[in-house]
Design a protein around this ligand. Structure first.
Ligand code: DOR
Ligand code: ZN
Length: 424
């Protein structure tokens, strides 16, 4: 198999490349990146006027299999991912069963080997059953191939247990991904705490419930020298705390999700459950702080936090609806619309947050176009627009917060390990 991509604007932050170049792919690897490559190839793609970048490394997605195949499967999620330009995804462990032991990880790995259209890496749990009571066998999870550890959806409330988890993760060489939420503070909240929650008569989730836990997790990481990654940062105070920790050289990285830089709590005024996620959409000041954090480098990565739910679980009273939104198919376009077009980030910076930084954080050899590396490439028509609607979403679940919105940028090709995984 060989693919020659001609005349695209190749953006590869790992190699400081932003130029009109050709890329030659042979089998599963990038063979050459150069001007005007003259060679035979089985497939030739004209990428004139298009962006050519490494495939997206989405370090936070809920793929639901095993256990909730009615919401999503490895097959449907990875098809959605390929359509969104994603070539590697980290599967969050809140499946049924949870990814808390070798047996479960093996089960999932078997499904991935059979059904996945892109690279799927597995995140194990920090605690058994994600119950925050007893640590998972972290060494065994590492041995079986888990890439990181998280109780995502929950935070480990017990400080001593979290410290022990961080110590063991450090020993195993695994990254800990923190869902930062103090449920004593956020309890039963369904939207951001503020004027809107009062006006709508809904219980609020304070910024404090997030940033206090961000502070604690960073403190514990500092204490034992472990690396922590803060998931789905949604508020300004969290950004400030992470910036201060980075200044102190504490090993902390973080991500945000597209909805936090695209939408505010005002999107909830119609009780739209597709705007309900945890953490919640915040104030416009928080949104500005997220954008600033992306711009100044405090926020390292953008991840979808893809969280599919069925219509039965979403099309009900607001309080009872599940938290979460799908995002694999819209993340890149949301980034182009909100960050490139509003001049918050330039193209190399955007690609760095979607591809290179998450790959580096996870310690995987992806996210670049270096010759010799795996050929994970996305080709994007950045000038085209599309309107998000249920019928064109490939994901099994349709709970997108962007339904009806016009977004900029369409993926033309997603190439994963040298094979075309998606073509528009
Ligand atoms: O909105 C969310 N949905 N936040 C989480 O932390 C978990 C996720 C899910 O699994 O549905
Ligand atoms: Zn999550």
């Amino acid at each position: 198999m060989s693919i020659l991509i001609k005349n695209g604007r190749v953006i590869d932050p790992a190699n400081k490349i932003d130029a009109i170049l050709d890329i030659f792919i042979q089998d599963d690897k990038i063979s050459r990146v150069a001007k005007d490559i003259q060679t035979q190839a089985e497939t030739i793609i004209d990428a004139g006027n298009k962006i050519v970048a490494p495939g997206i490394v989405d370090m936070h997605a809920h793929l639901r299999e095993p256990g909730r195949e009615d919401k999503e499967t490895i097959a449907s999620a990875t098809a959605a991912a390929a359509k969104g330009g994603v070539t590697t995804v980290l599967a969050m462990p809140n499946t049924q069963p949870a990814m808390d032991c070798s047996k479960s990880v093996e089960l999932l790995q078997g499904i991935i080997n059979k059904d996945a259209k892109i690279n799927v890496r597995i995140c194990g749990t920090l605690t058994k059953g994600r119950l925050g009571q007893e640590l998972s066998d972290i060494a065994a999870l590492k041995k079986i191939g888990a890439r990181a550890l998280s109780d995502d959806g929950c935070s480990v409330d017990n400080d001593a247990l979290m410290l022990e988890a961080l110590k063991q993760a450090k020993l195993a060489g695994l990254l800990v991904i923190c869902h930062c939420e103090d449920k004593k503070l956020s309890q039963k909240g369904v939207i951001n705490l503020g004027f809107n929650s009062t006006r709508l008569g809904l219980r609020g989730i304070s910024n404090e419930s997030e940033y206090k836990r961000v502070s604690r997790d960073i403190e514990l990481a500092e204490k034992c020298g472990a690396s922590v990654h803060i998931a789905h940062v949604s508020c300004g105070e969290s950004v400030d705390i992470i910036a201060a920790a980075k200044k102190k050289k504490i090993k902390v990285t973080c991500e945000t999700a597209p909805h936090y830089f695209s939408l505010t709590q005002d999107a909830l005024l119609e009780y739209d459950t597709n705007m309900k996620m945890n953490p919640p959409l915040r104030s416009k000041e928080d949104l500005a702080a997220i954008k600033q954090g992306l711009k100044d480098g405090t926020i390292d990565a953008i991840a979808s936090d893809h969280a599919p739910h069925t219509e039965n679980e979403k099309d009900i009273e607001f309080e009872r609806a599940e938290f979460g939104v799908v995002g694999l198919e819209t993340e890149l376009s949301a980034g182009i619309t909100e960050l490139i077009n509003q001049q918050i980030l330039d193209w190399p910076e955007l690609i760095q947050k979607f591809c290179l930084n998450p790959a580096r954080i996870l310690g995987i050899d992806r996210g670049s176009l270096t010759a010799g590396s795996f050929a994970d490439v996305v080709i994007i028509s950045d000038q085209l627009s599309w309107t998000v609607n249920k019928s064109t979403l490939v994901s099994k679940s349709k709970n997108s917060p962007f339904l009806g919105r016009c977004l900029k940028g369409l993926v033309d090709y997603t190439i994963c390990n040298g094979t075309i995984a998606y073509q528009r």
